[in-house]
Design a protein around this ligand. Structure first.
Ligand code: SF4
Length: 432
């Protein structure tokens, strides 16, 4: 890592940066936490100040986590797309009567997890819609079944919204539901369903979504019972610079209290197929974040969270490989997962495919003169690739991922897993 070189470039940039921005960057670089007002100012900065903000974030990244950029070999399993909610940004979900609603049985989930494990995955990421009529203990049962079949796989599963749904359906407290999940083998929770922690924004883009208080309660309680979580934001829709700063501050406060957050993942809004894009009911709705906004999001997140959450993950699914690569110059140090079956962003119109192969991660990382490493879900380094040595993973040999693993479009048209059949079965079981 060439810190003196980075510092020299940064000093040159700071000399041409506006005084206000330079003062805030100085404070962050000297190890102080920047305030909501200061983060708002950075989010609103433009022109060449953006370069100084990125360079300062890059410097903090280098000091805190060094030059290794990590990724995890994992598979997403979104076991149902049927959901009782109707979030305005979600093109993935379907109503319970919809032709395209599916529900994967536990045996199919285990088959997918086994296939992933056989191809070198260390993690399965399990999240889904909130299916009506579902047994409230389904998340626990499915977790137990996967863990019994594949004890070595890490289960990264169930958003705060799903944990709340499980706890509501079963009538047990959030703590008891989390303890049941932990007992069944859940290793960590995705910190999704966060969107933006500002009520007026949530009410407009996803009325009926988990409340901010409930989100914090699930995440903090998970940490208290020993389940780590990630953390996210969804931005680039109707939120302001200040709203983003408030969101980061809420996460920082949670982390100060518990220390249980492993990483922060900014997720930019995918406009194309989102229901709220088609409805045109939000006049100020943006068409997703611009390239400059994406870079500012990464850089300001590093500057605001660096003392508390060391890992900042790029979302290749949202930003594509090229912009993700540049985000490594704006404070990011993690490339996320191989995913294998990406459905949620694909359904919303993202064009970057469902799988990123390990060799692609390593190539993109190396082109930025950084060192690739495979990690576990909780950021233990599994293999550091100081040199490429023509290393190949089994996943690198897959030529047509949609053919081999199935795609979301495929799944919603398959006859085998129709939700309507599952729903009918559940209802008749309840009536008999
Ligand atoms: S984001 Fe989640 S809770 Fe909202 S509609 Fe989609 S699947 Fe349902």
């Amino acid at each position: 890592m060439n810190l003196p070189h980075l510092e020299a470039s940064l000093n040159r940039l700071l000399a041409t940066t506006s005084r206000t921005t330079a003062t805030i960057l100085d404070r962050a670089l000297s190890g102080q936490d920047i305030s909501i007002d200061e983060a708002t100012t950075l989010f609103e900065a433009d022109g060449s100040d953006l370069l100084a903000i990125m360079a300062a974030a890059d410097q903090l990244r280098a000091q805190t986590v060094g030059d290794v950029v990590t990724y995890v070999i994992n598979r997403n399993i979104n076991f149902t797309n049927v959901c009782v909610k109707q979030c305005g940004f979600c093109a993935f979900s379907r109503g319970h009567l919809a032709e395209e609603g599916y529900f994967l049985p536990i045996e199919e989930i285990i088959r997918r997890a086994t296939e992933a494990r056989d191809l070198g995955a260390s993690e399965v990421c399990i999240q889904a819609g909130l299916a009506p009529g579902m047994d409230g203990w389904h998340y626990v049962k499915l977790c137990r079944a996967v863990k019994e079949a594949l004890p070595e796989l890490h289960i990264h599963g169930f958003s705060p919204e799903e944990v709340l749904y499980g706890s509501t359906l079963t009538g047990v407290t959030i703590r008891d539901y989390l303890l049941a999940l932990k007992d069944a083998g859940v290793g960590s929770l995705p910190g999704t369903s966060a969107e933006v922690f500002v009520d007026e924004v949530r009410q407009r883009i996803s009325p009926g979504r988990i409340s901010i208080d409930n989100w914090i309660e699930v995440i903090q309680t998970a940490h208290e019972v020993g389940i780590p979580t990630t953390s996210t934001i969804m931005y680039g829709h109707i939120e302001s610079a200040r709203h983003r700063a408030i969101h980061l501050s809420v996460l920082r406060d949670v982390q100060k209290r518990t220390g249980g957050i492993t990483e922060f993942v900014p997720l930019s809004f995918v406009y194309e197929e989102a229901p709220m894009s088609h409805r045109k009911a939000l006049p100020e709705l943006r068409h997703g974040a611009s390239g400059a906004e994406v870079m500012k999001m990464y850089a300001v997140s590093r500057l605001m969270l660096n003392n508390w959450i060391p890992n900042l993950q790029v979302s290749w699914v949202k930003e594509g490989p090229k912009l993700s690569q540049i985000a490594l110059l704006a404070g990011a140090n993690d490339f996320g997962g191989t995913l294998i079956n990406e459905s949620i962003s694909t359904a919303a119109g993202s064009a970057y495919g469902q799988l990123m192969k390990p060799s692609q991660f390593r190539g993109l990382i190396r082109q930025m003169s950084r060192i690739p490493a495979e990690r576990s879900t909780t950021y233990q380094k599994v293999r550091v690739f100081e040199t490429e040595d023509n290393h190949r993973d089994l996943l690198d040999e897959i030529n047509d991922p949609s053919q081999r693993f199935g795609s979301y479009q495929n799944l919603i048209h398959l006859k085998d897993y129709r939700f309507r059949d599952f729903y009918k079965e559940q209802r008749s079981e309840k009536q008999s």
